[in-house]
Design a protein around this ligand. Structure first.
Ligand SMILES: O=C(O)CCC(=O)C(=O)O
Length: 273
């Protein structure tokens, strides 16, 4: 009898992403690691708010900021985590590309967003039912209901209708169906989730006195084309310090000096709330 070596194949995650369009891993990082991530997010937010175009509005009291990998001390730990690497490879293939690192930050007073996906459905998904990108999320706080959790409607990554405004916003008449499907997520410090950015979702009303930052890592299959909406770059020194297995997935410019990012990935329908 031969025994099969137990190499994780991430089949459960692949299946969950095809069915629900979201899954997660509890306790992937220590609370200390997440606290440091939270510090880097706060510093990047303060820097981005201090200049024109540094943070993009995603509704009242809610912003999105894209950063460079070296602004996040835990970037290497995150992208080199076995689960992040394994799920990326299982869904997107061996040549996946890291195209985005940033964060959403809803503050007290943030309201329910319109239901949306983060970009229109690509042809590969519509025609071949193939997911060509993933969004990994890491909360920097323990989520409680008052903070206005992230809400997602499982299975809706495949929804395809010409009635979607800009290919991203389902019509208000459909809200009842999304509300019927909706699951509120309460990730705790250390948890990671992964979703298709096509799965219809929204941030909800923050009634607490705390912000609820969430880091977003965007990974594409070759040719998916999301890199053109982002401005990731790294310095020569940083690139040299990365292990080759990670550098191979970062095809961004390598520069002498980083230029602060002016946000490109504006979701017009979310700006005014
Ligand atoms: O509140 C969240 O966790 C996500 C917000 C969001 O989907 C967005 O700003 O596009």
């Amino acid at each position: 009898m031969t025994s099969t070596p137990s190499v994780p194949d991430f089949a459960a995650e692949v299946e969950a992403l095809r069915t629900d369009g979201i899954t997660g891993l509890r306790g992937a990082f220590s609370r200390e690691w997440v606290a440091q991530l939270g510090e880097d997010v706060e510093a990047a937010f303060a820097e981005a708010r201090g200049r024109e175009g540094g943070a993009v509005g995603r509704g009242p009291q809610r912003w999105y900021v894209e950063v460079h990998p070296e602004q996040i001390r835990g970037f290497l730990d995150l992208v080199d985590h076995d689960w992040v690497r394994g799920v990326s490879e299982a869904v997107l293939g061996p040549d996946s590309e890291i195209v985005e690192i940033g964060f959403d930050i809803p503050f007290p007073g943030a309201r329910d967003q319109p239901w949306h996906r983060d970009f229109p459905m690509p042809e590969e998904t519509r025609v071949e039912r193939r997911l060509t990108s993933l969004a990994f999320n890491v909360t920097t706080v323990d989520t409680v209901d008052e903070m206005g959790p992230f809400e997602i409607a499982p299975g809706t990554q495949w929804d395809d209708s010409p009635t979607f405004d800009h290919g991203m916003f389902p019509p208000k008449e459909e809200y009842g169906r999304y509300e019927g499907l909706a699951q509120r997520k309460y990730p705790q410090m250390g948890d990671i989730s992964v979703r298709s950015a096509l799965t219809i979702h929204r941030g909800t009303t923050n009634r607490s006195h705390l912000s609820r930052p969430v880091v977003v890592l965007g990974v594409d299959a070759p040719g998916a084309g999301n890199a053109e909406h982002h401005d990731l770059a790294m310095t020569h020194g940083y690139a040299q310090r990365l292990p080759e297995r990670v550098r191979a997935h970062l095809r961004c410019p390598v520069v002498d000096e980083l230029t602060p990012i002016t946000q490109k990935h504006t979701i017009e329908g979310l700006v005014m709330g």
